[in-house]
Design a protein around this ligand. Structure first.
Ligand code: NAP
Length: 290
């Protein structure tokens, strides 16, 4: 059976690793904290003592960690997967990283004779556990074809945007637009609350109105009810994605991206106050009365 090394067992990675077990792959796991691997080990996964250990004999290495720093550590750190991955191993970066980082990793791992794809995803943790993510790929077409058997267990849709880095460009604009919508929603709801409107009527109107994207529909219910149970995406991750998008925008656009920078600032404040909480709790900051 194909052998997968899977690195990073957070809200997303845990479910994705389980999909490879369901598909009959031989799965070797590493996560910074081992506790998150225990149930997967009970299902038949092997535990590795480091990313370096996990990559020995792997046909593909999949990473799903927080950010650039974590990605660099698990691939190129002193015990990184690149140390032992054999030539021709497929290196699949599913974490949302910056554009510069994705391209740099492509160069670094290609120089070690690995095949690299940036493959950030859209979908919440329940979609990750069900193998229903949308995979946003940057790779040359031949590399993507070689990687497909390793992508199919985790994704129901594969969108190929172009060469290495292109999947990350799309992921960053997607999440930037999400950040702007959620931050705008929080401020709109806060104004309505402080003005004394009937918030059930406000919610009903938002849900029926033209400004409601699926993102706004989901978060408006949670924000009005102040019900953030089943947290899926933290303020820290939302800030990270928006900040990476602004950095990319600043390298491409003549004018500073004003709206994007405002969303980054909103999420910088939310991250400082509650880094590990649901991103929707931004409303608790912006709704304080004057
Ligand atoms: P999460 O639950 O916070 O998990 C983060 C993972 O990264 C954990 O495995 C964590 O290890 C690991 N990690 C963090 N810093 C590390 C470091 N310095 N060295 C090694 N490992 C490190 O995050 P998540 O929600 O699963 O998100 C993972 C990635 O998917 C992120 O890039 C995120 O932007 C992206 N994403 C998330 C969603 C979502 O809805 N949650 C959707 C699409 C994409 P520990 O377990 O030891 O802390």
């Amino acid at each position: 059976m194909p052998r997968i090394a899977f690195i990073g067992l957070g809200r997303m990675g845990h479910g994705m690793a389980g999909r490879y077990l369901d598909a009959g792959f031989t799965v070797t796991l590493w996560n910074r904290s081992k506790a998150k691997a225990e149930d997967l080990i009970a299902r038949g996964a092997h535990w590795a003592t480091s990313p370096e250990d996990a990559a020995i004999d792997a046909d593909a290495v999949v990473t799903m960690v927080a950010d650039d720093e974590a990605s660099r550590a698990v691939w190129l750190g002193p015990k990184g997967a690149a140390k032992t991955a054999k030539a021709g191993t497929i290196a699949i970066e599913c974490s949302t990283v910056s554009y510069d980082h994705a391209r740099e990793m492509g160069r670094e791992l290609n120089a070690r004779s690995l095949i690299y794809l940036d493959c950030p995803v859209t979908g919440l943790p329940d979609a990750a556990a069900a193998g229903k993510l949308t995979l946003l790929v940057g790779a040359n077409a031949a590399d993507l074809d070689r990687a497909r058997p390793y992508l199919e267990p985790i994704g129901s849709t594969i969108r190929h945007f172009g060469p290495v880095g292109a999947g990350t460009v799309y992921k960053l604009i997607n999440n930037l637009m999400g950040a702007i919508q959620i931050a705008g929603l929080a401020e709109g709801l806060a104004i309505a609350e402080q003005a004394g409107l009937d918030m059930n009527l406000v919610l009903e109107s938002i849900q029926a109105g033209v400004a409601a994207s699926p993102q706004v529909q989901r978060h408006s219910k949670r924000m009005v009810a102040r019900d953030f149970s089943g947290a899926t995406f933290t303020t820290a991750l939302r800030h990270k994605d928006a900040a990476y998008a602004v950095k990319l925008a600043e390298s491409l656009l003549a004018d500073k991206p004003l709206v994007a920078r405002a969303a980054v600032e909103s999420y910088a404040q939310a991250k400082a106050a509650m880094p590990d909480e649901d991103e929707g709790r931004l409303i608790e900051l912006v709704s304080r009365p004057k």
